[in-house]
Design a protein around this ligand. Sequence first.
Ligand code: IPE
Ligand code: IPE
Ligand code: MG
Length: 275
Amino acid sequence: MKPISLTNTEQKDSDKQSQAQLIEQGQLPDHIAIIMDGNGRWAKSRGNLRSYGHKAGVDSVRDITEACAQLGVSYLTLYAFSTENWRRPKIEVNALMRLLASSLRKEAENLNENDIRLETIGQIDRFPDKCRRELQEVVELTKDNKRLNLCLALSYSGRWDIKEAVKKLAHQVKEGDIDPEDINDDLISCHLSTADIPDPDLIIRTSGEYRLSNFLLWQLAYSELYITETYWPDFRRKELYKAIHSFQKRERRFGKLPNNEQESKSKLHIQELTT
Ligand code: IPE
Ligand code: IPE
Ligand code: MG
């Protein structure tokens, strides 16, 4: 496979080694979701305007996307703009829209050449025409790509997502297409905006905030959480490797007993019940 290059720099041998080590030492998350937070504080700590932080954040997006593609992570979902972010001052919202449109224009070919598919979730119709067009063009251009699925959450919120799914299901019940009793976890999942994407295995939040801020509320039910104090513009691949390493050391139990106890305890339990 052709080596991936989004950052236009040759991959260092030490980085290749770090990636090989991660791949060897455990299972990689198939889907990583990230709440990219702290751009404003990063800029302020340098005496700069918030928009400077958003701009620097784009370099982190490029680096993390490239590292995920190199590692063989299948899905990367980035929380880039929440439904609530529309409440920010117009000047900041406009700067973010301009940055999104220009970044998409610059990166479109690069994403395509590297076999990366771009998708979006959220209320894209709320975006200015120019942004929406750029988005649609990149989504169309990259739709057959297979190496990494990069999903941008734009004007997204978990509650909006669930609300829309509930509306669709309510209509189907009203039309008599489904019975209320047919509604189960899978049916809800496949009516969410993430219907084609598996639930995240690992959710990372930068900038030390311990909250979900209305991100994938349904989909994160059993995702592993990783929170770092690092602001998003400083979050580069080495930080990503730390997060993945932490993920690899966890045991995901999904409500069951630990792996080494599950089998023996259930036998014991049957014995207890039958004696
Ligand atoms: C995240 O950085 C980017 C967006 C929410 C668009 P912030 O802009 O929230 O930065 P802080 O949290 O104020 O530092
Ligand atoms: C969450 O960050 C949204 C994105 C990263 C796009 P916010 O900065 O908007 O979250 P709060 O307001 O601190 O919860
Ligand atoms: Mg923030």
